[in-house]
Every structure is written in C-alpha cells, then in structure tokens.
Design a protein. Structure first.
Lengths: 378, 378
C-alpha cells in the first residue's frame, strides 16, 4: 500500500522524522543528566513509546487513565498520570496497580490527599502521590513557597493509604514564549521552582524522591537541570506548526505528522480549492492564530511532504478544508487537479491525531511501511 | 447507572430534549410541505436517526463514506453523501450500492462527472449524481446561472455510467446571520437559487427529480419552500451554543448534548477551578468567539443540566478545562468542591461529539436510560 492508494482523509507519520526527534530529545536528556519520562499523550501509541526507549518499555507519563490502562496492557510498568487525581477514579487506578504498575498520581489539595488515603486504607493499597507545583500560573498546582504546598505534602506523607513520591510541574506558559531567550528563561524558572519545592519538602523532614518537570519547549531549551530527577516532554515526537512557530522545531524537517487529503473541488470564482480534510480531520485547533506563524488550520505539503509555498488551509468546515493563497495571488488550479493528494501539516499534533485510531507510517517515501496503533478516549 | 457514577469526561445526551428538537423540525418540514432528509453528521447514531423517522429507517444525508457504510449496515436505504465525490472513492460507493442502498453523490465538475461515468461503465453500475449548487459562496458548488452548472448536469446526464438525480445546496453562510430577518432572507435565498438551478436544468431538457436544500438555520427560518423537494438539517437534533447564539435554539431548553466533567483542582490564587474536560473532551471549537454570545470553550451547567450563571470555560488544555467567572467576580469555591460533577454545554455539537464513541442517555433525570452508539472516522 502507498500514499497514492489510501482512502483520505487519514493520518500519516514519518518514521524517520519521528526517530530523529526522539534521538534529539534522548540526547538532550543525557546531556542534562536526567532521566527522560516521555509524555505519551501526543502519540498515544505503544509503538512510538517503545521506540523512545530503544525498543523496550520505559518510564512514561500519561494524560488519561485510558492511556495508563492501554500502556499497562502492553507491559509498561512505571507510569505517572499527570492530571489531578480525584478519589472518584481510584478504583481504576487500583486495577492498574494490580497489574504490577508502579503508578504515581498528582494532586494539589490536602483534603484530596486525605480522601485518597482513606480509600487506600479501604482497598488495602498505598497510593503513590506527587504534589503538583505551579511554576507559571498556567494550570493546576501550588507555588513552591505556598504554605499549602507543604500541607499537601505532609497530608500525603502522613496518610496511611498514601505515599509521598515527589513533586511534578509543567511549565505550560513556555508555549507562549516569544524568543529563544524567553524559552531559556522559562526552562530555568521551571527548574528553579520545582527544585525549590523539593527542597522545601525535604527541609520539612519529608521525602521527595522524584523531582519531575518539563514540556517540549522547556526540555528543548534547558541549560541546567541540577536537582531535577526526570524530564517530561510529549509533542516533540511529532512536532507541529505551533512548535515550529515557537522556535522548538523546524517546519521543513521536523514535522512527522500530517493528514493525507484529496482535492475534491475547484472553487474558481473564489480562488480556492477544497479538500476532504476539514475540521474533523484536522481539528479546530488554531493555536498559531494571531502569531507571526499563523497557519490557519494547517500548512499544505505535496504528497511527498514538501511544503508548498504560499498555500494554507484558510477555513475548515466539518468535512471540507478550504485552501487558498496566503498573499491573494491567483491559484494555480492546473497544478492541483481534482483527485490530487496533499498532506496537511497540523497546528497541534495532539489534537489532530485524536481523530484517528491509527497511524499510516511512511519512512521518507510513499510506501506504508508500518501501522501504529493509538488509543483514544478516557 | 447514574450521572453520579460515570467516569468523566463522558458524553451525555438528553433524550427528551432530542425528541422535542426532532418533533419541531419534523413539524416544520410538514408545514413547508417538503420531505425531511436529516443530516446524520451530528449524531452519527442509528438510534437518533431512527427516532427522527418514528422508529423506522428513512432518507438520510451523510458526511462521510464511513457513515454511509454504518447506516447501510443498519438498514438505511436512501442516502445522499453530501461531500464532493471523487473517482478515487468509487469502489466504496459501489459496495454501499451493492448492499441495496439508493446512494446519491454530489459533484460540481464536468471532468469528474465523466471520470465517474467511465468508472460506472467499468464496474457495470450507474452512479446517481447531483449537481452541487453554491448559493452563498460558502463552500463548494456552482452558481445556478453559471454556464458550467449546465455543463456538469449535461455531462452527468450524457454519461453511460451516471444518472442525473437532481441538485443540492447548503446555505452555510446562514450560520453567520446576525438576526431573524437575515435568517429568513438566507432561507429565501437558498430556496430561490436551488429552485432556479433546477429550472435551468429542466429548461435545458434535462431531468432534475431531487431539489435539496437546507441547514439548521435556514430550515428553522424558511417560510416557503415551493419547488424544493426535500429539506436537510443536522445539528438541530442536539443544538448547541452556536445555534443558541444565532437565534436558532434556546440555550436553556433546547441543548441536548453536554460533557459530564469533574472538578479536579481549585486554583484559588487565579479565581478559577479546573475540570477534567479539556480540549480533547470539548474540542477546540470556538465558534462563538467574537460574537455577543462568546462562550469560550463552553457554558457550565450543574449535574442536572441547569446553566450556572456567570461561569464559562475560559481556557482548555489537552485534559484540563479551566472555568472562571465571566465578570471577574470572586469564585465561590465552597459551592464546587473537588469531585463536583458539572455538565459543559458545547459551542459546536458535531465537533464535541466526535471525541466519543457513545452517548450516555438521560431523560431529564440522572439515570442512564439508554446508550446510543455513534460512528467516527472516515
């Protein structure tokens, strides 16, 4: 099977590029002297997670319990579920632990710590919990110097059904960095504050074995991670236009994910062509909107993955992707007859991949060399 | 099972509201004297499609061949695939026809008509094609008075492997109507131009049995559809915030779809709470953005579906939905302890439902009275 034969729209991953992206981040972690715990929320694929660790299972981060279950079934044993845990979901966590998984969960609230401990006692389990630290007001977590941070750590440590496994943060605001200097500063800030949280916990006489931080932008730009035990990053395996626009990837050479699509209509009186990759196939993510790198709903590449200058997906209905010229110049309709296959590079790989249940994998050429599975849902 | 027990995030549909929405549109079609051919692209669910037609199979519109296959397997026999067909996909269409389905497809190009006819001859099939008409420069199709429109009709009619089944349009720009007067005008324009296309075809001595138009906004506001044979609409079965903001639905009583979510973190220093329904669970659709009805990534209702004043989902990370007050007033954290269940009303039902493989169906209360399937993908 080749790209010329697949039904469109469908999801394409380029193995050679994925491998390069993986090697680069592995080297970065090695250079920084920290373990890499990839966030598998982007690819959600056992094949990709294995590739990161040289073909064998390694430590991973997940964003849903469904992912934890999927990777546990494939033999992954060291998993952090990096979204605030609530007691209501503990029976699923118990089942994952009972498969032999060393599962760590994160919280930022002492009442929740106590409720989870109570459940642990009830279930005869000891749940490993980490305190989520907020380093940039992006999402959940507590500031390292907030007295409540220590209260949560202490509640976990004191709980009969819980064990304090460490601290974790995600410098999500680094996604909005404007230049390399900002990115380096965001990485330094993330490192400094997560280490300070660990130090505050240890100074209070509590254990803090894991000190976990990371995001693709900060992991890529970190200069020093002393005191950090592990680095997390996710989207780097595929990269995307948002990462390219933010200086974390090269649009021409690092983007491993694309949506294969077919030209289905010529709209000559509107200077545009229509493809079968619309909002469902690309997602409605417009994260590059308003930036210098605004790509609409995606950039347009030919079937071989080479970006076509001056075209972009300007609009996306449910099953129609509308492509026009960026500068308003006349569209070369003869170059793209109806039936032409194109590849759309997405703004946000995590969101785009979520519409599909598998990756059609190429390795530079048009031949489908492998199929990679992915899990979706919760 | 009740809403208090489901794992979150998950998709909820309220059967009573769906039924009311269905009844209203059925009555509207009856009043207008046209057949209703619902667009099943929103619910993508056999159960919902059957409900529209009083429990038996009826004519439907689909947006993907996967939907056509899914509904064909459930016994639906009269299907329009309302996205421009290309020859590359004809073998799937053939298989659908071979299951006894009267499948109609749409095109807007004479070369495509000839290529499909050639394939028909090769496969010993006659493909039924409709000419897509453009009434408002929204998407694909040809203007009714464009000479090319007649060329396409003639090419279909003359082709040995094709049969001219009629004309079809979708007044997609009606989604941007600003008030009732605009909506009524958009409906009238859609009717006038699709009928003119049919008249032009007939005046050229060609057949035009089906004259198909519609969208939820124009179907809701049409006053007269004389000359039209069938009306299409899709999102009305669930409605959503975009439809409510556009005057096609009432936000308090007509919205049948919601995402059940759990409060997972209190971010007191930022006056917000965090739930487990983020961009993956809600979609990144922001179609109400910039309108008077801007709902961010969704409005917030309690577990029983009652909208909570002054709250909205202001931001959506992959698995985190961030809720704050619309007017910046102090958040009442005590009212929403961690673990509280909420229901998020989506901007765009079609996009939000796509993240799920089933509907948990309530009927006013909290009890799950049915599970409805849905199909996804292509």
């Amino acid at each position: 099977m080749t790209l010329d034969e697949l039904y469109t729209p469908c999801l394409i991953a380029d193995k050679g590029i994925v491998k390069r992206n993986i090697d680069r981040m592995n080297k970065q972690a090695e250079r920084l002297g920290v373990a890499l715990r990839p966030h598998v929320k982007t690819a959600k694929s056992v094949e990709v997670a294995l590739m990161i660790n040289g073909g064998s299972v390694g430590p991973i981060t997940v964003s849903t319990l469904r992912e934890a279950e999927y990777f546990a079934a494939a033999g992954f044993k060291d998993i952090i579920y990096a979204v605030s845990m609530v007691p209501e979901k503990l029976d699923r966590a118990k089942d994952i632990i009972d498969r032999g998984v060393d599962l760590k969960m994160i919280i930022d609230n002492a009442d929740v710590a106590r409720a989870i401990s109570d459940a642990g006692v009830r279930y005869h389990r000891v749940y490993k919990l980490m305190v989520e630290i907020d380093v940039d007001m992006h999402r959940a977590g507590l500031s390292p110097d907030d007295p409540e941070m220590l209260n949560v750590a202490r509640a976990i440590n004191d709980g009969e059904g819980t064990e304090l496994a460490g601290v974790l943060t995600h410098a999500g605001e680094s996604y909005h960095s404007k230049n390399e200097e900002d990115l380096i500063a965001a990485a330094q800030n993330e490192r400094d504050l997560i280490v300070r949280a660990a130090e505050n916990i240890r100074a209070a006489g509590l254990p803090c074995p894991i000190v976990s931080c990371g995001s693709t932008p900060t992991a890529t730009h970190a200069k020093d991670l002393s005191g950090v035990t592990e680095l997390r990053a996710g989207v780097y395996v595929f990269q995307d236009l948002y990462q390219a626009g933010s200086g974390n990837a090269d649009a021409e050479s690092d983007l491993a994910l694309s949506v294969l699509t077919t030209v289905i209509s010529h709209k000559k009186n509107q200077n545009r062509i229509i493809t079968d990759a619309g909002g469902m196939a690309l997602s409605k993510d417009q994260s590059t909107r308003g930036t210098d790198f605004d790509a609409g709903y995606g950039l347009v590449a030919d079937i071989d993955g080479k970006i076509i200058d001056n075209l972009y997906v300007c609009s996306a209905n449910q099953e129609h992707g509308i492509i026009t010229t960026r500068d308003g110049s006349a569209f070369d309709f003869d170059r793209f007859p109806i039936g032409t296959r194109l590849r759309i590079l997405p703004n946000h790989a995590c969101m785009t991949a979520a519409a599909y249940d598998k990756y059609n994998v190429v390795d530079g050429g048009r031949e489908i060399v492998e199929i990679w599975n992915r899990c979706n849902g919760w």
